[in-house]
Ligand binder design. Structure first.
Ligand SMILES: [Zn+2]
Length: 136
């Protein structure tokens, strides 16, 4: 596991975690590399549960893919916690359901689960600069 992958996972976490977790709920984020890959652990203040994810990424995995995987896993996890299950995270503007993240054509998009194409919007635009840097 090279340091490049770990730094991409860190960049991904910096975008994904604030989109899904409130600051007051966040106790600690741990990132470690081991024989099996990069392990992400997120501990919460309001729940005994912790999110743990061992990556299947290798050193060449694109940042967009890491963001996509982490977002999907963490969104699923949050929807089952005692403190966030009833909330739409992140909210779909004007709707009561959460937004869905999709990876299409090498870019990340917010989609409305109702399927309204007019609601498609670029997700995590702040990461755009990193996407081209780390490609290949
Ligand atoms: Zn919607």
């Amino acid at each position: 596991m090279g340091t490049g992958l770990k730094s991409r996972v860190l960049t991904a976490l910096a975008a994904v975690v604030p989109a899904l977790v409130k600051e007051s709920e966040l106790r600690e984020v741990r990132l470690s590399d081991g024989r099996d890959g990069v392990t992400v652990e997120i501990f919460f203040t309001e729940d005994q549960a912790s999110f743990r994810y061992i990556s299947l990424w290798d050193g060449s995995t694109d940042l967009v893919e890491i963001v996509d995987y982490l977002f999907q896993e963490l969104q699923d996890f949050m929807s089952e916690t005692s403190f966030a299950w009833s909330e739409a995270r992140p909210p779909c503007p004007g709707h009561s359901h959460p937004r869905r993240l999709a990876l299409e054509d090498g870019a990340l998009w917010w989609l409305c689960p109702s399927g309204d194409p007019g609601r498609k919007e670029r997700a995590f635009p702040e990461l755009a600069a990193f996407f081209s840097d780390h490609r290949g």
